[in-house]
Unconditional design. Structure first.
Length: 330
């Protein structure tokens, strides 16, 4: 007869099972479905500008698609580099996104040293929209079209002045690209933002500007500025009578400010794919398309791979223009 009682045997069996289970690795718990909490959308510019307005429009609609709100976080400074660096260092879990813009591809050459890599540190999700610039002049200038602009610049001993919102901005480099193509004597006059530049253009202190369409449009419609060309490959439906620079004798000229959505490098592909699909639905919505058109923007849906290729081409393109202009930010 065994010396162990039944309760004793049961206890030893339980202890042995417990010891064996302790030696086994803990089974991983299934990850919570993404997104299970609000998502942060970082904007590198202050509230109220074109980047912020487009970001907030997309954030509301993306939140509806994903079932979680997207909270816009404005982290300004250094031509959007502060916000970009913050996102580049954020966890790659899909809960921090970034409005990646033309500025990030320009900054790759404009700054001698960045705290992030504009290519390696981001996972493209998809482009959002593009906005063309307009070549506008003070109405007192005897310039009705691009041919007049070129003639005036050639005949003037001082050439012609063009304002910008700051060195290295798409507004500045649109002018530099035109200068490269024409060989004109064009003097760049940088300002701290588009608003003071427009103020001096209206006052006649500067003669011209390649301004973003949303900023210049009210002054053009009010007759306070004269639009002589648009920088995109196609005319804007908001200014159907204003020709493109390509139509005006400079084929291939196509400069637009643009906005895309990106995540930190290493963000899981299923998250990227879901965001891309949701973004595509947002950009197809009639109310979103109308709002973008009101901002002179055209929706640009596409794949993450298309955005990656586009951004790489923009980095190369602006490197050449920045080098030719001699522009530097540090």
């Amino acid at each position: 007869m065994s010396s162990y009682s039944a309760p004793r045997r049961h206890w030893l069996a339980f202890a042995a099972a417990l010891a064996c289970s302790a030696a086994l690795p803990l089974q991983a718990q299934p990850a919570a479905p993404w997104p299970s909490k609000p998502v942060k959308l970082v904007v590198g510019y202050a509230a109220g500008g074109a980047t912020d307005v487009i970001a907030r429009l997309v954030a509301i609609k993306l939140g509806e698609q994903l079932g979680q709100p997207l909270l816009v976080d404005n982290r300004t400074g250094a031509n959007s580099n502060v916000g970009a660096e913050y996102v580049a260092r954020a966890p790659a879990d899909g809960y921090t996104l970034y409005v990646y813009t033309i500025a990030n591809t320009i900054n790759a050459s404009l700054y001698g040293k960045l705290g992030y890599d504009p290519v390696k540190d981001f996972e493209p999700i998809g482009l959002i929209a593009k906005i063309p610039n307009i070549l506008v002049v003070n109405p007192s200038l005897p310039v009705k079209n691009v041919a007049d602009y070129v003639r005036f610049a050639k005949e003037s001993k001082e050439g012609i002045t063009f304002a910008s919102s700051g060195s290295g901005s798409s507004i500045h480099l649109s002018g530099e690209m035109f200068k490269m193509q024409t060989g004109l004597n064009m003097l760049h006059v940088p300002y701290r933002g588009s608003a003071p530049a427009i103020t001096d253009l209206l006052g006649g202190q500067v003669q011209s500007m390649f301004d973003n369409t949303p900023s210049a449009l009210p002054h053009v419609q009010g007759g306070r500025l004269r639009a002589i060309a648009i920088t995109s490959a196609r005319r804007s439906p908001l200014l159907p009578d204003v020709p493109t620079l390509a139509e005006s004798g400079y084929p291939g000229f196509d400069v637009q400010s643009w906005f895309g959505l990106a995540a930190p490098a290493g963000t899981p592909r299923p998250v990227i794919d879901r965001l891309n699909a949701a973004l595509g639905k947002v950009l197809a919505a009639p109310e979103v398309r109308q709002r973008l058109q009101d901002l002179a923007a055209s929706p640009e849906p596409g794949t993450p791979e298309q955005m990656r290729s586009f951004a790489a081409a923009e980095i190369k393109r602006w490197h050449d223009v920045v080098k030719a202009s001699g522009a530097k930010a540090d």
